[in-house]
Ligand binder design. Structure first.
Ligand code: COA
Length: 259
């Protein structure tokens, strides 16, 4: 059904794989549209609890925007294409379920921006991550100048974006760019294990927590606190809240329904 991505589900866990390994999974405009269409399906699938994003092959998660398309990008379509990419990546960030980027190799430019739109990032020890756009005479255009400083702080974001040089997995872990680093053969095992844990948590509580934390990233403490309180109150009205508290009192494991 799709040409540039693969999609599979395993119970509550969905996996989207960017599938252009011969181009190191560089994301062209068609791939962006396919991801957008897939998000329509994922949003409607009540039983899905976690989305994993991965790159096909051994070498790359995503090695950036497709440079052949960049070659044609000018002032007119540059704005259209970056706005579109930002829009689709923001859909991933704001999805009602958490997402995990499984970073197996190169995560560059638009690829790192895609990983940063995910809720969590797990990296193979052989991965390299960076925003090399300045080396092409451009700047990041799919969220890099905004999400990178929020994740790792302004000073480090300045260094990564202005030098264009990548960091290795251990450096990425040290600066908070990724959550965990594991050996390459353990990557998907670790990602699935975390996904399984998240899938067992109450869906709405995760959704509200994620939304409140994203609101923090937008700025004002007072607005963030008000929104947190509002979402906390919503979570108090869920079936899963009743079950979570009841199961604790009854000293048993909870059975969450996602309602
Ligand atoms: N867009 C389009 N094609 C890309 C690509 C991209 N972003 N990144 C890699 N490819 C293609 C290469 O052109 C090559 O295709 P070919 O075999 O038809 O020539 C293939 O993927 C393999 O890449 P190659 O450069 O041979 O692999 P490598 O292991 O020597 O180097 C990288 C890996 C990631 C260092 C290198 O591919 C690279 O620098 N890519 C561009 C990264 C970038 O600037 N991304 C940001 C764009 S905004």
């Amino acid at each position: 059904m799709f040409e540039n991505i693969l999609f599979e589900t395993d119970g509550p866990i969905a996996t989207l794989t960017v599938n252009r390994p011969e181009k190191l999974n560089a994301i062209n405009n068609a791939t962006v549209e396919e991801i957008d269409q897939l998000l329509d399906q994922i949003e409607k699938a009540f039983d899905l609890r976690v989305l994993i994003l991965a790159g096909a092959g051994e070498k790359a998660f995503v090695a950036g925007a497709d440079i052949h398309e960049l070659d044609r990008r000018d002032r007119l379509n540059g704005r259209l294409e970056t706005r579109r990419r930002q829009e689709v990546y923001t859909r991933i960030e704001e999805l009602g379920i958490p997402s995990i980027a499984a970073i197996n190799g190169w995560a560059l430019g638009s690829g790192l921006e895609l990983a940063m739109a995910c809720t969590l990032r797990i990296s193979s020890s052989k991965a390299r991550l960076g925003q090399p756009e300045v080396k092409l005479g451009i700047i990041p255009g799919a969220g890099g100048t905004q999400r990178l400083p929020k994740l790792i702080g302004m000073g480090r974001a300045m260094e990564l974006i202005l030098t264009g040089e990548p960091v290795n997995a251990d450096q990425a872990l040290a600066i908070g760019l990724v959550n965990r680093v594991v050996e390459p053969d353990q990557l998907m095992i670790e990602v699935r294990s975390l996904a399984t844990m998240l899938a067992s948590r109450p869906k709405l509580a995760l959704q509200y927590a994620k939304e409140a934390i994203l609101r923090f990233a937008e700025g004002s403490l007072s607005q963030g606190l008000a929104h947190e309180s509002y979402l906390h109150t919503l979570s108090c009205g869920t079936e899963d809240k009743k079950e979570g508290v009841k199961s604790f009192m009854e000293k048993r494991d909870p059975h969450f329904q996602g309602r």
